[in-house]
Design a protein around this ligand. Structure first.
Ligand SMILES: Nc1nc2c(c(=O)[nH]1)N[C@H]1C(S)=C(S)[C@@H](COP(=O)(O)OP(=O)(O)OC[C@H]3O[C@@H](n4cnc5c(=O)[nH]c(N)nc54)[C@H](O)[C@@H]3O)O[C@H]1N2
Ligand SMILES: Nc1nc2c(c(=O)[nH]1)N[C@H]1C(S)=C(S)[C@@H](COP(=O)(O)OP(=O)(O)OC[C@H]3O[C@@H](n4cnc5c(=O)[nH]c(N)nc54)[C@H](O)[C@@H]3O)O[C@H]1N2
Ligand SMILES: [Mo]
Length: 757
């Protein structure tokens, strides 16, 4: 085990993507018994309006006419949905829920697609079939009987298409609550809040054309080769044209080494790799803000002699509060920046040098930046640095968060927001003739607490796997179990169906790859990618079962049963999704003429005022922030900062295999990666079994025993392991006070040798 090489304990030395990826795809297709249909579907994916949007990540489709911008992990994801296996009523008759509790998450999902609605029968401890009208009636009856609409929570996972999303939030608000927790509360909440405060928009301003024009790209806290593989294309093209690509990550991930572009078949054939990186900076966990401030400090120092170091004209014309930021940077000693970033001054200056030589800089980030206590401050610091050189509102420049789920950005645009803006509610009220509640609702973290304290009695999950994805697994499961009713709209069986409420429904829906036939014919739904492009997705496969309903139909069914006197034309919306889009065009800013524009080739891009240097902030300008430099170093030297991340072979709570190819790990997920010296200091050797004890903010402790410690190239004092297993270690109190995001990249743990059994 101890054979540590450049890129992991077992040393994966080949370029990212390429043939290894192609072979791995073949394996998944075979396992899902889809050797023939799989490839056919893949060629339909991400086609200009003709096919379905990849249900994988939110990376945009290439607009330069490349019709086959697909990747290994997208193919795995599609194949997972199109499996030939079925989880039928007979399956549920055979296995009690108590028995299924002992199954692994892999085994649960591996049974294949759900085929008909099921209800929990407490007398037999089995899920039994229920017809759709009765399922809706049960929901209507329980929701109708609650003391207040605020006793229900409506969770959304980021797969849900825009039309279903719009109906879902409409139902919740017409019913009377803003309790709309979503996966984004665990993902990019920090980015949304920071960008909103700084630029008056909750989204990134750069698009794919900017990625293709930038001459410096800073890639922070994202494992691109696994989680946004199509980004590799943009990075490889960037280095080919001589652009600088700086990776900022405690780990040197595969994209930080070299790659073969996923669809570059010629390069694959000759096994020729293209660089996707020109510099790696192994920052300390949470040390990004210090690094960024160091870059700013260097620029401001250079500005004394070099008038071009800072774009003073841009700063004067478009920004506010620059002086306070300048003073703060000047007053922060280099020693503090070095200590808090975990980088030497020389390394920080290297990054500053790349930045100051570049005319068009783009900064991208993902969970390594957001899932920290100071996530909001760090994203604001990203904006500060961009503003210093006017890297906003022009080609090749700007902030560009990598979103997660394929439609998580669209969910927020279409109203999934527990803190809706009054203007949004006003428009919704006018367009839909409802009187939406104005008080803020519950997010993910507060929903878990409210379920446990009796405040939430009904939990409805539109997709996702709340029990596993959310922090503090035991507490979250207890919360779900204490509900009067849990409802999960799903495609496959998962832990959230097993950790169920007193009454429970599993409602199986169509996947994005499947034909959605309604009264008016074949329907399509729209999605929005990471870069604000809205386009249509049309499924083309025969549904996994004749008993499945589409997500819009399920929402409408629940809504009608709950709100029998509602004036909203729920049934008519489901007959023809154009009618949903017509009302969305009235209710949502930027969706005017929606039905026509979404049918344009490649759809349309939502207007980004900040991109046009129009800032919807109180000052009307882009705002510099002046957050104090956070202390991210544990005071106790025995404590390690643990991050929980994805392997190459998983999709959030869905695990495809126990391998993590690019990190050189095979057949092992119960592991913790540590620095060799940190192992030695604890009397451990790479490969030893260890117990991990996490201490929460509130002092409570949680543990995982008998994990394997592996030596890995990461900063001293830090450690890494896999989500969702490690959610066991995230305390309910462990969330950022800035973003309310769980601290999934910042757990304080102690690691000791496991006792010999
Ligand atoms: N194949 C596949 N694709 C996916 C997903 C999937 O599960 N599988 N999930 C989707 C979703 S919902 C999301 S949100 C995205 C997630 O995409 P990522 O953000 O790449 O997700 P993680 O695997 O959590 O990886 C976090 C990265 O941040 C780094 N990191 C950790 N702490 C720090 C830090 O303090 N500073 C910096 N600079 N870096 C740090 C880690 O080393 C790691 O490289 O991917 C999406 N795409
Ligand atoms: N420790 C730790 N925890 C984390 C994270 C982390 O980095 N560390 N990351 C967080 C992040 S960024 C996110 S986004 C969340 C993800 O949280 P979720 O979105 O809740 O979880 P997923 O695993 O993506 O959901 C998988 C389930 O979705 C259902 N599903 C799949 N396709 C469809 C569909 O088309 N329609 C419907 N209705 N259901 C479908 C299937 O039943 C499947 O079992 O996890 C969070 N949890
Ligand atoms: Mo996410």
């Amino acid at each position: 085990m101890g054979d540590r090489t450049e890129n992991g304990p077992l040393g994966y030395r080949h370029p990212a993507a390429g043939w290894g990826a192609a072979m791995s795809v073949g394996k998944v297709l075979l396992r899902e018994r889809e050797p023939l249909l799989g490839p056919k579907a893949i060629f339909k994916m991400n086609h200009e309006n003709g096919g379905f949007d990849c249900p994988g990540c939110a990376w945009p489709d290439d607009t330069k006419g490349l019709k086959l911008d697909i990747c290994e992990n997208g193919i795995k994801h599609v194949t997972w949905e199109m499996t030939g296996r079925r989880t039928t009523a007979e399956f549920f008759a055979e296995h009690s829920v108590t028995e299924l509790e002992t199954w692994s998450d892999f085994q649960l999902e591996d049974q294949g697609r759900l085929t008909e609605p099921m209800v929990y029968d407490s007398e037999t401890d089995h899920y039994v079939p229920i017809d759709w009208p009765s399922a809706f009636a049960l929901i209507g009856q329980v929701l109708g009987g609650l003391g207040s609409p605020d006793e229900a929570a409506f969770y959304t996972s980021g797969r849900l298409g825009n039309e279903a999303t719009f109906l879902y939030q409409l139902m919740a608000r017409e019913y009377g609550t803003n309790n709309l927790p979503d996966c984004s509360n665990m993902c990019h909440e920090a980015s949304g809040r920071a960008l909103q405060a700084a630029l008056g928009t909750g989204k990134g301003t750069a698009d794919l054309a900017d990625w293709q024009a930038a001459d410096a790209l800073f890639i922070m806290g994202v494992n691109a080769a696994s989680n946004a593989p199509r980004m590799l294309t943009a990075l490889a093209e960037a280095t080919k044209r001589g652009a600088q690509v700086v990776h900022i990550n405690p780990l040197v991930e595969a994209a930080g080494t070299r790659t073969i572009v996923p669809h570059d078949f010629v390069d694959m054939a000759i096994n020729k790799a293209t660089a996707t990186s020109t510099l790696n900076l192994q920052v300390r966990p949470g040390g990004d803000l210090a690094l960024l401030r160091g870059i700013a400090k260097a620029l401001l120092e250079a500005d004394r002699t070099d008038p071009k170091a800072v774009d003073q004209e841009f700063v004067d014309r478009f920004t506010d509060r620059f002086e306070a930021y300048r003073e703060l940077c000047e007053a922060t000693p280099w020693e503090d920046l070095e200590r808090q970033s975990g980088l030497s001054r020389a390394d920080i200056l290297k990054a500053a040098d790349v930045y100051s030589r570049s005319d068009r800089t783009l900064i991208s980030w993902c969970l390594g930046v957001t899932q920290h206590e100071h996530g909001v401050d760090t994203v604001r610091e990203i904006v500060n640095v961009l503003l210093l050189r006017g890297n906003l509102g022009r080609e090749g420049a700007g902030p560009s968060p990598v979103r997660g789920h394929s439609n998580v950005q669209g969910n927020r645009t279409c109203g999934i927001d527990h803190r809706p803006k009054p203007e949004f509610l006003d428009r919704l009220a006018a367009a839909c003739g409802i009187d939406p509640p104005r008080e803020h609702g519950l997010d993910t973290v507060s929903t878990i607490k409210a379920m446990n304290e009796g405040g939430i009695k009904v939990f409805i999950g539109m997709g996702g796997n709340f029990a596993k994805a959310a922090p503090d697994t035991a507490y979250t499961e207890a919360g779900l179990r204490s509900c009067d009713l849990t409802v999960h709209v799903s495609t496959k069986l998962n832990r959230s169906h097993i950790a169920h409420g007193k009454r429970a429904l599993i409602l199986p829906c169509l996947g994005r790859t499947e034909k959605d036939e309604q009264v008016a014919g074949l329907q399509s739904t729209s999605v929005e990618d990471s870069m604000s492009m809205v386009h249509l997705s049309v499924g083309m496969k025969k549904p996994a079962s004749p008993h499945l309903l589409s997500e819009p139909a399920i929402v409408a069914g629940m809504a009608r049963a709950t709100l029998p006197d509602s004036a909203t034309p729920w049934e008519s919306y489901v007959e023809d999704y154009d009618r949903i889009r017509d009302v969305m065009a009235k209710a949502l800013v930027g969706f005017e003429d929606f039905n026509r524009r979404v049918r344009l080739p490649l759809g349309f891009r939502l207007r980004q005022p900040a991109r046009e240097l129009v800032f919807q902030t109180p000052s009307g300008r882009a705002e510099f922030s002046s957050a104090p430099l956070p202390d991210v170093i544990p005071t106790d030297g025995d404590v390690l900062v643990l991050q929980t991340m994805r392997s190459h072979d998983q999709w959030n709570t869905t695990i495809y295999s126990d391998d993590d190819r690019y990190r050189g790990i095979k057949n092992l997920r119960t592991l913790i990666l540590m620095h060799e010296a940190d192992l030695r200091e604890r009397g451990l050797a790479s490969g030893d079994l260890v117990d991990i004890v996490a201490t929460s903010k509130d002092g409570s402790v949680r543990r995982l025993d008998r994990y394997r410690a592996l030596a890995y190239d990461l900063p001293r004092g830090s450690a890494a392991g896999y989500m969702p297993e490690m959610n066991v270690l995230v305390g309910a109190a462990d969330y950022s006070t800035q973003s309310d995001q769980p601290l999934m990249k910042n757990l304080k743990v102690r690691v000791t040798a496991s006792p010999v059994e």
